[in-house]
Design a protein around this ligand. Structure first.
Ligand code: FES
Length: 101
């Protein structure tokens, strides 16, 4: 929301009024996946996909602020997003492939 990640389930609709809202559906442009979306596919960082929107949007917010994060910064950037499938390694690799040092 307005370039910052928020928990949709903890955000009142009134708080979102008049704000710029980006969701996973808005990342692809003209039918072309965002580089993070493609990297998640290329690095097998998606299994059930439940966590994927939050992971990718958190990664985008991180890379917008810090285009070349370290692995530690990536792990901190996606903290709070729980994945029960991948073990996080593939997710971190995908994000680093797009913007890592
Ligand atoms: S891919 Fe299943 S919870 Fe992350």
């Amino acid at each position: 929301m307005d370039g910052k990640t928020v928990n949709a389930c903890l955000t009142l609709a009134l708080e979102a009024q008049g704000k710029d809202i980006m969701t996973i559906e808005g990342l692809a442009q003209n039918g072309k996946l965002h580089p993070l979306q493609q990297a998640f596919i290329d690095h097998f960082a998606v299994q059930c996909g439940f966590c994927t929107p939050g992971m990718i949007l958190s990664a985008k917010a991180l890379l917008d602020k810090n285009p070349h994060p370290t692995e530690e910064e990536v792990r901190k950037g996606i903290a709070g997003n729980l994945c029960r499938c991948t073990g996080y390694t593939k997710i971190v690799e995908a994000i680093l492939a797009v913007g890592g040092k």
